[in-house]
Design a protein around this ligand. Structure first.
Ligand code: ATP
Length: 456
């Protein structure tokens, strides 16, 4: 079933806003009108709009600034600019900031209708290969897109969510997105890591204590349950929670109230619980290590995040995302990744999932001096790399291969890499490959690369 396209209208002239709202409803869309830039930014974070109609002249935030902000938040959002003062400069600027198009006031509704249809058709065309940007989350794999598309709906309910997946797949970032999309977004998002904290400490962290509850409790302390009141509590590594704490947690989940340690008074809380685990909780339930009743209470909406090796389409977009992120942080120009380095990453198994990829790219950006990332810049533990390369070298598909062709491909790849690294200086490229200039030139010819217009 196709959903009705949601369109955000941003215009300080209320009569135009209402006119557009009525018009779009009549055309079968779901419009949402706001009259200020501030409101627009707020609502944009909460709803998955398909298109934005944006007035270029806004009193509180300039339309172009808003456009930039929308694009920063979701680079693939289609925005049509509305302008009362047609000027080449503003139109050019809007297009430079990647607005879909612009339309002049007084509005020609027929023209607008066609523009909207074109913009939405483009959205549909690219949706199969689109890169999803939500806040800090980027994804392209169908598996992740399916998960991300459900988040606004999940966020609009109060149901508890259990996110399952290996370490580093992005469970916390998803939990955070659910919170930001929810009506609780302006209330706290509190994270608790249930692993590695001794039971008694975790208990006092979660529930807080009264002064004198135990030796060392010199003042009252508010627990995390209370800090998350009206907001979201994210319980990471829930599988590590002791059976005693599971009982206490179950009570809070069921009764929405609890007593801090040493207190006789109950505190009522209104929290949405999102839990995460990298363990097989069902198996823990069977083994008697996790309470079944608690499991069902926490797992009202399950989200299973696949490991990165099962959604390789995400690797290139994540690489690009992290390259930009860390170049910006370090004040460097964004480097490009060579095709050989990218293919290495595409083949790699990422036992540490997205976190591992993020660290690899962070290190690369920090250490890289050139503007192209080569396979050797990827600091993956040597052991893993060697094992991986050996596997690569020894791979022979069951149907066999055309050895000559394969070797020629490898040769061409290495020649291109050498040329890149030597910035096109052929003599240096030849040196990198331990070839005489003559045989290097011969090989360029053989691979049809002799047209490369570079200095020798
Ligand atoms: N789709 C994504 N887009 C951008 N960044 C991501 C994505 N997925 C994960 N990350 C980044 O990878 C790192 C690990 O993600 P996160 O902490 O959410 O994983 P996790 O599954 O909760 O890990 P753990 O089980 O170890 O707690 C974070 O820095 C996060 O920002």
């Amino acid at each position: 079933m196709e959903s009705i396209p949601k369109i955000l209208i941003v215009d300080d002239e209320k009569n135009i806003g209402f006119l557009l709202e009525t018009f779009l409803k009549r055309e079968g869309y779901e419009p949402f009108y706001v009259s200020t830039g501030q409101e627009a930014l707020k609502i944009f974070d909460k709803q998955p709009f398909d298109l934005v109609l944006l007035d270029i002249k806004m009193p509180d935030i300039d339309g172009i600034e808003l456009l930039k902000e929308f694009k920063r938040k979701r680079s693939n959002i289609n925005v049509i600019m509305i302008t009362a003062y047609p000027s080449i400069e503003t139109a050019v600027e809007a297009m430079r900031e990647e607005a879909f198009d612009y339309i002049n006031k007084p509005l020609d509704l027929e023209e607008l209708k066609q523009l909207i249809e074109r913009a939405l058709a483009r959205e549909k065309k690219v949706s199969k290969t689109k890169v999803f940007h939500y806040g800090n989350i980027v994804a392209r794999s169908p598996a992740m897109l399916r998960i991300l598309e459900t988040l606004p709906k999940i966020a609009s309910t109060k149901a508890n969510v259990l996110i399952m997946g290996e370490s580093g797949v992005g469970k916390e970032i998803i939990a955070h997105a659910i919170h930001s999309l929810s009506p609780r977004s302006d209330k706290p998002f509190v994270t608790v890591n249930c692993a590695g904290i001794p039971e008694t400490l975790l208990e006092s962290e979660l529930f807080g204590y009264k002064k004198g509850a135990f030796t060392g409790a010199t003042t009252d302390r508010m627990g995390l349950f209370q800090s998350a009141h009206k907001g979201t509590l994210f319980l990471d590594e829930i599988g590590d929670l002791s059976l005693t704490l599971q009982v206490r947690l179950l009570r809070v989940v069921e009764e929405k109230r609890f007593k801090p340690l040493g207190s006789t008074q109950e505190i009522e809380v209104d929290i949405r619980l999102i839990s995460a685990t990298n363990q097989d909780l069902e198996q823990k339930v069977t083994a008697g290590q996790f309470r079944e009743d608690l499991y069902y209470r926490l797992n009202v909406i399950p989200i299973r995040v696949p490991p990165l090796r099962e959604r390789k389409e995400d690797i290139p977009v994540l690489v690009e995302h992290f390259l930009k992120k860390y170049s910006k942080e370090l004040g460097k120009e964004v480097p490009k990744i060579s095709s050989s380095a990218l293919s290495f990453l595409m083949e790699y198994g990422f036992p540490g999932n997205v976190r591992e990829l993020e660290h690899i790219i962070e290190r690369c950006v920090a250490l890289e001096t050139g503007n192209i990332i080569l396979p050797e810049s990827l600091v993956i533990s040597d052991f893993k790399k060697k094992k991986h390369l050996l596997k690569e070298e020894a791979q022979l598909p069951s149907e066999g291969i055309d050895l000559e062709k394969k070797l020629a491909q490898i040769e061409k790849g290495l020649i291109l890499e050498a040329l890149k690294r030597s910035k096109g200086v052929k003599k240096e490229a030849a040196k990198l490959l331990n070839l005489s200039f003559r045989s290097f030139r011969y090989k360029l010819q053989k691979h049809g690369l002799n047209k490369i217009d570079n200095n020798e």
